[in-house]
Every structure is written in structure tokens, then in C-alpha cells.
Design a protein around this ligand. Structure first.
Ligand code: GUN
Length: 314
């Protein structure tokens, strides 16, 4: 009887605090609702964008896409939809697969010099004959809303004010929203990409975590993942992270977006199993993905504000 009362009281407490949870064999993981948080961020950005327009500032994003990568087309469409919804002006530059490095760099330079354009986003991947790092290097760091230029990355490492790349920034916002403290925590990131793994490690380090980056050559991966207080998967392999790799009570963040045999979106984490041991977990879809676009929109608004601020030290 007493135990029943305690359980009911606990459920009421959790519901009252707005925490959605699933009960599995006596365990529960709080689902980190990226979709809901992203919606809130976008609504606030819409208000901010309206305010800027009243001051004569019209935030604008220019997107460059080279070739016909189907996944990139979907990403670009989603970015244009988000801009539309918030009131950010948007222009697209679709370039032929065969374009030269020089032509691409010339377009970037032209956009760097256009005062009305506040943010430039070069959609990756590029066709093989083009050097993406050379192209990123051509983007002015003041318009680098993706946070991929050497200047932005360098400032992130050194702790300066900069554009943080959108997926890592989205993950940090999720930690903030759910009061997940990083100080002193063991964070293990699987994946060392320039877009996610490396900048995310810097963000966690800046928040006083002890960070390990694992990758395809890591020896005994499980040894590392099992001691993680916070485990972040950014590998691009469906259901790669299984329950036996996760410490009881760990926070699990899934950055992966993969399609399974039925064409369904799945993450890098075996959600149904890992949820039974995690304390917090992000779903796919509806977790990190929507946060990435929300933080891109945030960066465009920041770019517009900085470029119109005479006292900006950015
Ligand atoms: N390709 C996949 N994700 C991204 C992203 O966030 N930014 C850019 N520019 N290209 C991508």
C-alpha cells in the first residue's frame, strides 16, 4: 500500500514537472524532446526577427548547393521552410555538378561582399573534385552561420564569441533546457567529424566536462562507452549503440539519421533497448535533427544583429 502511494506520488511529481517519460521494466528515461524545444526557439526567433525588421534590419540567408545530392535537397528545402516561417529572407544558389573550385569561390566572395546577405551556408557534401575546406575558408567568418570556417573553429577552441556549428549548439541547448550539468562529467563522443564530433567536444570541454572522442580506430570502444555519464553517438550507423554499451543512468544523445531496411528514419542508438538503462535519451526523429535547423536560424539572426551593430566586437 505504502509503496503504491510512493509510486503514484512520484508519477504525479514527474508529470507536474512536465517530464514525459516511459516506464520500462521499472526504469524510466526522460525523453529529450528536441522537436518541442526547437519549436519554442523558432517562435522566439520569429518575434526577434519582427523586431529587427521594425528597425530596418532584414535578416537574410544565402544557401549554396552544388549538384543533386537527394539528401542535401531535403536539408536545403527544410532550411528554406524554416526561414520562411521565421521571416528570414532566403536565396538559393543551385550550381552544376561540374562547377570549378574557382567559380564556387568566386560566388562565395560575391556573397561575402553583398551587404544584404547576413549568412552564407554551403551545403555539404560537395562533388569529389571540389575541396570543401578551401570553399569554407573563402566564407567570411562574420557570415559563417554554419560555424565551419577556420576562424570560427579557432575561436571556438580559444573560447571567443563565434558561430557555433548548429548540431553541437543544438545539443548544448538541450542540455541547458533539461538542466543536465556537464561539470566534472565523463562525456564520450563516438565520431570525430568536423561537423559534429570535434566541435561538440570543444563545447563540452568549455562546460567543464572530461571529454573522450572515440572513432573507427578506437580500441575496445565498449570500455569507453560504458563509463560515460553522457554518451553521444554521431557515427551514421543504424542502431550501433546497444544497451550493453551504456552505463545505468547515463544521458544518451543520438545525432545519427539513418534509414533502415523499411526506409524508416532511425538513429545510431537502439532506442527501445537503451531507453531502459538511460536516464535521459533523445529520440530519432524528433530529437537532435530539429534542433540543428533551429540553431541555424538562431545564427542567422545573430549574424544580422552583429553586422548591424556599430559597436560589435565580433
Ligand atoms: N550537410 C549535412 N549537414 C550539414 C550542415 O549542418 N551544414 C552544411 N552546410 N552541410 C551539411
Amino acid at each position: 500500500m505504502l509503496i503504491t502511494v510512493i509510486y503514484i506520488a512520484k508519477d504525479i511529481f514527474l508529470l507536474y514537472n512536465g517530464q514525459k517519460f516511459e516506464r520500462n521494466e521499472g526504469r524510466m528515461a526522460t525523453i529529450i524532446e528536441g522537436k518541442t524545444l526547437a519549436k519554442k526557439i523558432r517562435e522566439n526567433l520569429k518575434i526577434e526577427c519582427e523586431e529587427l525588421k521594425k528597425q530596418g534590419i532584414k535578416p537574410k540567408l544565402a544557401v549554396i548547393m552544388v549538384g543533386n545530392n537527394p539528401a542535401s535537397k531535403v536539408y536545403v528545402k527544410n532550411k528554406s521552410k524554416a526561414c520562411n516561417e521565421i521571416g528570414i529572407e532566403y536565396e538559393e544558389h543551385f550550381l552544376e555538378e561540374t562547377i570549378s573550385q574557382q567559380e564556387l569561390n568566386d560566388l562565395i566572395k560575391k556573397l561575402n561582399n553583398e551587404k544584404e546577405v547576413n549568412g552564407i551556408l554551403l551545403q555539404s557534401p560537395l562533388p569529389e573534385h571540389l575541396d570543401i575546406n578551401q570553399a569554407f575558408k573563402a566564407i567570411s567568418y562574420r557570415k559563417d552561420v554554419d560555424g565551419f570556417t577556420p576562424s570560427s573553429v579557432g575561436k571556438l577552441v580559444m573560447g571567443g564569441d563565434t558561430f557555433i556549428s548548429c548540431t553541437p549548439y543544438g545539443v548544448m541547448k538541450m542540455f541547458e533546457e533539461y538542466n543536465i550539468e556537464l561539470t566534472g562529467k565523463d562525456v564520450v563522443i563516438i565520431g570525430r567529424s568536423n561537423i559534429v564530433g570535434k566541435p561538440l567536444a570543444q563545447c563540452c570541454l568549455a562546460n567543464n566536462a572530461t571529454v573522450t572522442i572515440c572513432h573507427s580506430r578506437t580500441k575496445d570502444l565498449k570500455k569507453h562507452t560504458q563509463r560515460a555519464d553522457i554518451l553521444i553517438a554521431a557515427i551514421g550507423k543504424a542502431k550501433f549503440v546497444t544497451k550493453d554499451m551504456v552505463k545505468e543512468g547515463a544521458v544518451v544523445v543520438d545525432v545519427g539519421i539513418n534509414r533502415n531496411e523499411e526506409g524508416k528514419l532511425v538513429g545510431d542508438v537502439d532506442f527501445d533497448e537503451v531507453e531502459k538503462v538511460a536516464s535521459y535519451i533523445t529520440p530519432v526523429p524528433g530529437g537532435v535533427g530539429p534542433m540543428t535547423i533551429a540553431m541555424l536560424m538562431n545564427n542567422v539572426i545573430k549574424a544580422a544583429k552583429e553586422q548591424n551593430n556599430e559597436n560589435s566586437t565580433f
